[in-house]
Design a protein around this ligand. Sequence first.
Ligand code: SF4
Length: 450
Amino acid sequence: MALTGLQIQKLLPATNCKECGSNTCLAFAMKLAAKKAGLAQCPYASDEAKRVLGAASEPPVRCLELGPERRLKLGGEVVLYRHEKTFMHPTALALNLNDTDAPEAIRAKLETVSNYCLERVGEQLRLDMAAVTQRGPEAGAFTELAARAWKETRRPLVLRSPDAGALACAAAAVKGSRSVLCAPSPEAAAQLWRVARENDHALALAAPDLDRLAALAADIKAQGFNELFLQFTGFSLAERFQTNSIARRAALKDSFKPLGYPTLHFVETGNLLDDTIEAVNELAKYGGICVLPGFDAAQMASLMTLRLNLYTDPQKPIQVEPRAYAIGDPKPDSPVFVTTNFSLTYFIVSGEIENCGLSSWLVVPECEGMSVLTAWAAGKFSGAAIARFIKGIGLDQQVTRRDLVIPGYVAQISGELEENLPGWKVIVGPQEASDLESFIKSRLSSYAQG
Ligand code: SF4
């Protein structure tokens, strides 16, 4: 349970020495409560304060780190709803390989895991993991495929087998990958947590219902192993939605630690559309790792985009660096467009101009990542501010023709801009970026394309 500032203050020395950077212990306690400071900043904190505040500062959903350098972080969530603060660590997306798959299918999936990359708003979105499932009778074939997947992708794996012995062999073969072993039953989990610990992997637990799953997690934690994922097995989509929500609410609102772990789910409905819906449910409703049965480009692009949207910080707009961007091969007599440095706006506008084949300059002044109308209302996208920016980067010295296209939503700044940029002609562009193509064809036809 989170402590209030007043509760934290009672644990501090009350000397108001200011060494933590705050004027009083109370002010520091308020910062700790708001998670804007760390207890280490107070050199006089007692062991009791460290013990109590250390436990209180643990996220209600445990943060687990996977991969050879522990770069893939999962869990660590502190809110039920994104708008309350932000979601911390995106759901990991994985592709499943079966040891009975045809060699060509295995090769193609491994290549996809290694090389898939979708670029969106300046981010490179990739697959995080591969999963290896034993479906055939040979433990050796399963271990061999696990070792190959690790060698070729260098990503953490999800290892799934009905045979605890086969899992133990595969776990040893991929030691160093910091992967996840899926225990097929509570009985297998009782053996496999030691295997996971010896080989530095995590363990995903499964049990017939939520109560037995929570009891299993509490039992294994009590034995000293806490690198756990939860698998909610055997539920319909509606039940999964409900169960994911119940478990996350229990962890966050009731501080129920046995359900405070990231989850793992294999999507395998046998139908692409149903698979996609189930994967969307995992992304939107707290999934830790979501394993897909195969690769479909349209499905993957949709899931990656949704994940990016859900896991950006709603309080920090994604921004691009304020500067003049060259689109195509602009010359001094190329036209100049201006928009804000909100990433989505920038990438949509630049994409539309690029699609028209018109080489030009796209100026994005510092607007704190706001969209056009918001930035204008906040005074960040005024005629004076844009003119100041253009002069500041020296663009008025680089271009000769000096045609400046502004977004149609801020047509009202055109007069102010012309006053502040003598010698420039301000052209009011369309309100929507999707209308840029027809605008360029009709209003900028005198510019050479290319
Ligand atoms: Fe209080 Fe510690 Fe800060 Fe000093 S350093 S003011 S004792 S919280």
